[in-house]
Design a protein around this ligand. Sequence first.
Ligand code: DI6
Ligand code: FE
Length: 404
Amino acid sequence: MNVEIWTHCRVATLTANASVAYGLVDNAALVVQGDRVAWVGPQSELPAEWLSRCTRGHDAGGALITPGLIDCHTHLVYGGDRALEFEQRLNGASYEDIARAGGGIASTVRATRAASAAQLEAQSLARLWALIAEGVTTLEIKSGYGLALEHERKLLRVARALSRDLPVDVCTTFLGAHAVPPEFAGRTDDYLDEVLRMLPVLQSEGLVDAVDAFCERIAFTPAQTRRVFEAARALGLPVKLHAEQLSDSGGAQLAAEFGALSCDHLEWLSPEGAAAMARAGSVAVLLPGAFYFLRETRLPPVALLREHGVPMAVSTDCNPGSSPCTSLLLMLNMACTLMRLTPEEALAGATRHAAQALGLTDRGTLAPGQRADFVLWGLDHPAQLAYAMGANPRLQTVFKGRPE
Ligand code: DI6
Ligand code: FE
């Protein structure tokens, strides 16, 4: 097996409980065997055994190396855009007003249904490239703009196909319970029956890694969300939840009851919800892009999450309505400026904790046995990743041990 050694670098390992901030190793060496990290530490301590087995050496030129970034909450595959609704909001309409008037998610559902798979793929690929260009090596993509079997299938197939020839892994999440489509208007429970019919079919086609729902006044109640979660549990699928984004409906407690991988948004999270998440080991996924773009004023309770030791992830929420964003680095900055995360918390949120939010234990840190997904940056210190706005200091990405 190939053994490749990277030297002349500074490595932010992001390992949990590291004794130094970011798990930073100066004058480091990083040994890759096949698609895995075999060893990381100070170059002066590199075991001779690895040197003798080395098949290729890489001089990193003094670069900073971090784990590949992980965007753990996106709705990246969709048709059309919602720039005109953005304009309506600037003229006074609220996000909820627009949704109730048949716009919002419903307008993206119309555009997504009308698009062919090839059109969806082309549109989504441009967004995916933007993420990859900033060092993303794993991302999640949710369905939820098809809301009918053939269209949810089309969207999820596009999501799966996107990573085919690219240095990135895609995890797919079924979000059939995102909104009630027009043909089921006023018949939410009938639509949920349909969601529960779609789920096992899509799962049997290998299109579903996890199940999500939008638990909110303008979407599904906790009781309705529970039906979705029970179906997921029966199929052995992990769950996540869009919870407490616009109001506190107790979604976090419900999700925790099902051992949710994550609860996402959380602006209205209550102390009881945070305690439940801590008990369940759910990750809090913070989405500063949506907070910013909807001009929310209520911040997710970061201090409370810290108090309970709930791990925090940071993600783009890339979607046409509430976060038309394809920059995870900008989200790190906004998680700090808007939500007061530290740059270290923000980076852990796009690496280690983002992996946890996807149920992935083989990535998100740089340690022996982990996937060799990492990024070389033209930076001196990892705090610079969250500091700059609109910069892209990426030099090179290594995916599954292979340099691009
Ligand atoms: N919450 C969100 O922020 C996105 N979905 C959700 O459940 C917004 C989706 C959209 O407006 O298209
Ligand atoms: Fe979302």
